[in-house]
Design a protein around this ligand. Structure first.
Ligand SMILES: Nc1ncnc2c1ncn2[C@@H]1O[C@H](COP(=O)(O)OP(=O)(O)O)[C@@H](O)[C@H]1O
Ligand SMILES: [Mg+2]
Length: 239
C-alpha cells in the first residue's frame, strides 16, 4: 500500500488500484461524474505516436471511488525535458475536441498542473488525472495553459534556465498558433495569486502567512524573469 495524500482527501494505492476518499458523498459523485464526462479516454496521437489517456474510474462508492493507477512518471518527478512537450501535446488534443474557432474557447480541464500528468515511455502513453472542479467549463484555452506554467514556476527550484526549457518544451508541444500572449499573461498573474491564497486557506497561521508572502514574491520574481521568453515564443519573435 502507498499513501499519496491524506489531506484534504485521502488518496492511496492498494492492490494496483487507487482509492480516493471524500468528505461528503456529493463531492465524490460530482468528481466521478466529471471524469466520466471527459471528451476522450483514449486517443492515439499520430504526431507524437503516444496514446493520450484520461484516468479511468473502475468503481464509485458513496464516499470514495476507485481508479486505475496512471503509469509512468509524474511530471513532478521527471527530469526528461521531452515529457513537458508531451504534456503540451496532451492538452492541445484535449482542447481540440471542443475548440470553437469563433469564440476561441474550449472544454477546460481546469486543474492541469504538473502533479496531474503522467508519462509512460515504456508503453508510449500519457495520462492526466484529477481534473478539478472547473472541469468541463467552456473557457479560454490560456486558462488551462496558465495552470501548467504556474505549477512549473511554483516549484522550489530557482533554476531559471531549466524553468525556461520546460516551459518552451510545453509550449512547443501545445503549439503556439492558438495562444494569445496577453490573455495567458493575465491568467498566469491571477493564478500565482490564487494558488498562494489557496495555500493559506488550507492551513492558516502567522508562519504560513509569512511563507505565503515569501512564496508570492518568489513566484512573481521567477515569472518576471521568464515572461519575455514566453512572449517571444508565442509571438514567434526570432531575436
Ligand atoms: N490514478 C492515479 N494514478 C496514480 N497516482 C494517482 C492517481 N490518482 C491520484 N494519484 C496520486 O495522488 C495524488 C493526489 O490525488 P489527486 O486526485 O490529485 O487529489 P486532490 O484532489 O486532493 O488533488 C496525486 O497528485 C497523485 O500523486
Ligand atoms: Mg490533485
Amino acid at each position: 500500500m502507498k499513501v499519496y495524500k491524506i489531506s484534504p482527501r485521502l488518496v492511496f494505492l492498494s492492490n494496483d488500484k487507487v482509492y480516493k476518499f471524500f468528505n461528503n458523498s456529493k463531492e465524490c459523485e460530482d468528481e466521478s461524474d466529471k471524469i466520466n464526462s471527459s471528451p476522450f479516454s483514449d486517443y492515439f496521437d499520430s504526431d507524437t505516436k503516444y496514446n493520450m489517456k484520461f484516468v479511468k474510474i473502475l468503481h464509485v462508492n458513496k464516499y470514495f471511488y476507485i481508479m486505475q493507477p496512471a503509469k509512468g512518471l509524474c511530471l513532478n518527478d521527471t527530469k526528461n525535458i521531452l515529457d513537458y512537450k508531451l504534456a503540451g501535446s496532451w492538452l492541445r488534443i484535449f482542447h481540440n475536441f471542443s475548440y470553437d474557432e469563433q469564440s476561441k474557447k474550449a472544454f477546460l480541464f481546469s486543474d492541469f498542473d504538473i502533479s496531474h500528468v503522467y508519462v509512460n515511455h515504456n508503453e508510449n502513453e500519457i495520462t492526466a488525472i484529477d481534473p478539478g472542479t472547473g472541469f468541463g467549463t467552456i473557457g479560454e484555452i490560456e486558462n488551462d495553459i496558465s495552470r501548467l506554467i504556474v505549477s512549473l514556476v511554483q516549484t522550489k527550484s530557482f533554476n531559471i534556465l531549466i524553468l525556461k526549457q520546460r516551459i518552451n518544451s510545453f509550449l512547443n508541444g501545445y503549439k503556439v498558433d492558438k495562444i494569445n500572449y496577453d490573455k495567458l499573461d493575465k491568467y498566469i498573474d491571477e493564478r500565482i495569486k490564487k494558488n498562494t491564497k489557496k495555500m493559506l486557506k488550507l492551513n492558516f497561521s502567522l508562519k504560513r502567512l509569512l511563507i505565503g508572502k515569501f512564496f508570492l514574491i518568489f513566484s512573481n520574481l521567477k515569472y518576471i524573469l521568464i515572461k519575455k521568453n514566453i512572449k517571444k515564443i508565442i509571438n514567434k519573435i526570432d531575436h
